[in-house]
Design a protein around this ligand. Structure first.
Ligand SMILES: [Ca+2]
Ligand SMILES: [Ca+2]
Ligand SMILES: [Ca+2]
Length: 206
């Protein structure tokens, strides 16, 4: 038996359309343990109607985290045409409003949330397709992000955050489409990064 409620909720929150509206399911009632996704649909969950929010043009990246520290999950979205990242804050009833926007440039295709500088609030990172950069976005504690730094890569496509060197802070791994490689960058502790290693992985990782 698997819990399919969480998987379905995430799928809906990740769906964006070509003009930048983010479609989400506001809430669900009940949990479902089922042997397959198909059977999970028969569990009788009650979903609220889907609501779309304008986020920017061509929203392609999305993640969730508590950006303003009120205990409620908010949404962060990267817009690959308007070249910015927006935070939508949760008011506690499942309604989201625009909290902040930060310009990053270079076609940010994805965004990933995590506490990069170790101060307890949630920051973010974007791989910028046309900019050949990775942007480090730091939270002021209220959900307003600013660009701390940018690092040069080779057509960065996807990025992941994890403590890869085991020192307690979040590092990142980024795939380089032009370099046929993945680069591991180590966090220096305050959101500054240094390349630890680059591994060849095959043609055009994305
Ligand atoms: Ca929040
Ligand atoms: Ca932080
Ligand atoms: Ca680390």
């Amino acid at each position: 038996m698997l819990l399919y409620a969480l998987a379905l909720e995430f799928t809906q929150m990740s769906r964006t359309d070509s003009i930048g509206k983010l479609g989400i399911i506001l809430s669900f009632i009940g949990y479902c343990f089922a042997p397959s996704a198909a059977e999970a649909y028969q569990c009788g969950w009650v979903f609220a109607p889907q609501v779309q929010y304008d986020t920017g043009t061509n929203a392609t990246g999305v993640d969730t985290a508590d950006f303003n520290g009120d205990g409620l999950l908010d949404i962060i979205v990267s817009n690959r045409v308007t070249n910015d990242v927006v935070v939508l804050v949760n008011d506690g009833t499942g309604q989201f409003t625009l909290l902040s926007t930060v310009f990053v440039g270079g076609t940010p295709r994805y965004v990933v949330a995590g506490d990069l500088d170790g101060d307890g609030d949630i920051d973010a990172v974007t791989p910028n397709w046309d900019g050949d950069t990775v942007s480090i976005l730091i939270n002021d504690g209220t959900g307003v992000l600013t660009v701390l730094d940018e690092y040069t890569f080779y057509r960065p496509t996807c990025i992941a955050l994890a403590d890869l060197d085991g020192d307690g802070d979040l590092d990142f791994a980024v795939s380089n489409l032009r370099g046929d490689s993945i680069t591991i960058a180590a966090n220096l502790g305050k959101g500054g990064f240094v390349v630890a290693t680059t591994l060849l992985v095959g043609p055009r990782p994305r």
